[in-house]
Ligand binder design. Structure first.
Ligand SMILES: NC(=O)c1ccc[n+]([C@@H]2O[C@H](COP(=O)([O-])OP(=O)(O)OC[C@H]3O[C@@H](n4cnc5c(N)ncnc54)[C@H](O)[C@@H]3O)[C@@H](O)[C@H]2O)c1
Length: 318
């Protein structure tokens, strides 16, 4: 008996990378799987049925049960058809894993409206388009497991990904709210911020990554192999009945790491019974809310800053 024996699962973006690894493990653990993937390029263009077909074939070759779906998560009609594929083939849906994703990286001052809209559409709206119809059914049957996909890019920050980071931070918020909406109906919603070598991470050149790391604009990569298969076990656990006590949580998963993320709660505060003035805040904020060694991300490091110049009276009046 697998941990998700006879459950029906839908995995968006299931044709490649992390989604593919999740499909294979769900099937190995007994689930019937809808492998959804329109087989687009990393930037979201094109269409190819092969990635989804190949995963379905591999599952069947290993004795599992799966069907392909090629709809895009980017529209409500597409999302509804994806969920309907589970109903038409297997009569229900127990598990929804939202792995579909694209990248259109660009510094914010160069980003086009289209690059912004497309990434928000596939990631953020692409969660809603399947979560909405799935949650209607899961609420009716009083059972469901939804696993969303965020990223350290949104939870912590990364350069050149204003569109992607905004979508990924919003997916964390969506997870927390949907978890509160659905928890009482036996439906849990949890979130993964994964780390794995896939074609998506391969789009960021090593040199650009090194420069970002040296400038403190990106965190160093885990010094270990991080395969898509490393992410799948935690997802499948969260998809199991056993994990019903976990709801609204965010986990970093990559290589040998499974970590629970801290909620965005106030960490330090200052308080007085009346409204603060601007000048009171200016005088106290550094000592009250920050450690002495604190350096904001994205700003020049102290050693890189030029020595403060003595202001000349003529300059200050300019
Ligand atoms: N790989 C990492 O280290 C990493 C880090 C942080 C977050 N993530 C997130 O994990 C998820 C999986 O990423 P991956 O690295 O496996 O990427 P990947 O590019 O290998 O796979 C993503 C899949 O999503 C599919 N897809 C794209 N647009 C779609 C659409 N409109 N509808 C349905 N499917 C669509 C693609 O065809 C592709 O097969 C994504 O949400 C990604 O943002 C990955």
């Amino acid at each position: 008996m697998g941990i998700v024996q006879d459950r029906v699962a839908v995995v968006t973006g299931g044709g490649r990378g992390i989604g593919r690894a999740i499909c294979l493990l769900l099937a190995e653990e007994g689930a019937k799987v809808v492998v959804n993937d329109p087989g687009v390029a990393v930037d979201g263009t094109g269409f190819d049925q092969r990635p989804a077909d190949e995963v379905v074939e591999e599952i069947r070759r290993r004795g599992g049960v799966a069907v392909a779906s090629y709809d895009s998560v980017a529209t409500m009609e597409g999302g509804e058809r994806i969920i309907k594929t589970a109903l038409d083939n297997f009569g229900r849906i127990d598990i929804l894993v939202c792995c579909a994703g694209i990248l259109r990286d660009r510094m914010i001052f160069n980003m086009t409206e289209e690059e912004w809209d497309e990434v928000i559409r596939v990631h953020l709206k692409g969660h809603f388009t399947v979560m909405k119809p799935a949650s209607v059914l899961m609420r009716q049957q009083r059972y469901g497991r939804i696993i969303t996909f965020s990223s350290s890019s949104g939870l912590i920050g990364n350069t050149g990904q204003a569109n992607y980071g905004a979508a990924k931070a919003a997916i964390a918020g969506l997870t927390r709210v949907a978890a509160l909406d659905l928890g009482r109906y036996g439906v849990t919603v949890n979130c993964i911020a994964p780390s794995a070598n896939t074609r998506m991470t391969a789009t960021i050149p090593d040199r650009a990554r090194q420069i970002r790391e040296q400038m403190g604009l990106a965190r160093p990569r885990f010094e270990m192999s991080r395969e898509p298969e490393d992410v799948a076990p935690m997802v499948v656990y969260l998809a199991s009945e056993e994990a019903g006590w976990i709801n609204g949580q965010i986990f970093y998963v990559g290589g040998g790491i499974v970590a629970r993320a801290q909620e965005e709660r106030p960490v330090r505060h200052m308080w007085k019974p009346e409204r603060w003035t601007v000048h009171e805040i200016a005088g106290l904020i550094r000592s009250q809310l920050f450690d002495p060694t604190f350096v904001s991300p994205g700003l020049p490091r102290p050693e890189a800053q030029p020595a403060p110049q003595q202001a000349q009276p003529s300059q200050t009046q300019a």
